[in-house]
Design a protein around this ligand. Sequence first.
Ligand SMILES: [Zn+2]
Length: 315
Amino acid sequence: MNKILGHEHVQNTFAEAVQQGRLHHAWLLYGVKGIGKASVAEQLAALFLCERPSQGQACGQCHHCAMLHAGSHPDFSKVSLLYDAKKKKFNRDINIAQTREALDFLALSGLKSKRRVLMIDDANFMNNQAANALLKGLEEPTEGSLLLIVCHDLTRLPTTIRSRCMLQACAPLDPEQMQTVLKARGFDQELHALATELGQGSLGRIEVLQEDSQAKALLTWQGLVEDLAKSDIGRIQQWLDSHVKNIPHDLIASVVLLAAQKQALQLTSWQQSDAMFTAMQAVAKWPKEVVMHTLRPAPALLSYILQLRGALKSG
Ligand SMILES: [Zn+2]
């Protein structure tokens, strides 16, 4: 099993603690979405359960590793948001029944080993009752049990939970690491620069770029807004009309903002910078605004782009 790029420090700290027999019973991994926190937690679980770990990694071959890989290890359990097939969407929160059931699992002694691992993914979605129930489990850990909590918004977890866990920050990938991963995942070379800029260290953020048509559309978009003062408003409008429905709004806005930031650097007058800044704020708020006020997305963004253009041209 490989170490996960960018998160080696978490894996190393964990491996050391296991080796020295002083492993804390609850680990909390946090960091922005889409950077591989859950995969790291899965690797830690593997290392904890593996029969023959070496050099801080699970062997990938023993009975335990095989069962874990097949998703059938009886001493590993995972809690996350449940999918509601009737409503065709994920539940809004992780509830108390799920948490209790999981803690009951953790309190049993291991079936195949003397160890048990419970992983709680997206723990920031635990509702209050669930969090309170979890707290009990944290106060009275069973021997041989390991709790791995993964969350992208630490502020959503009560301090009482945070303070009982070993906190591990997972950082976004740096540009060089992003390039390595993009290459490994077979991203087209022409996409690397855009993907690195848009991803901001998170692969999860640029998942849509793996789909060819969406990637091409975003590259076109980048070209259209690159030089805002000279941009062709007719083509921008056309692009928005055909793509605003199927490309994540935050990515559309980010492309505009990246271009605007570069151009704002060249402004010399205070009034111009101020107008530019106001328009950029409007673009940044646009994705949320669309959701909250059910604005018509394309015309709203177009008007902000015209504002940007106006600011640039006013000099
Ligand atoms: Zn193994």
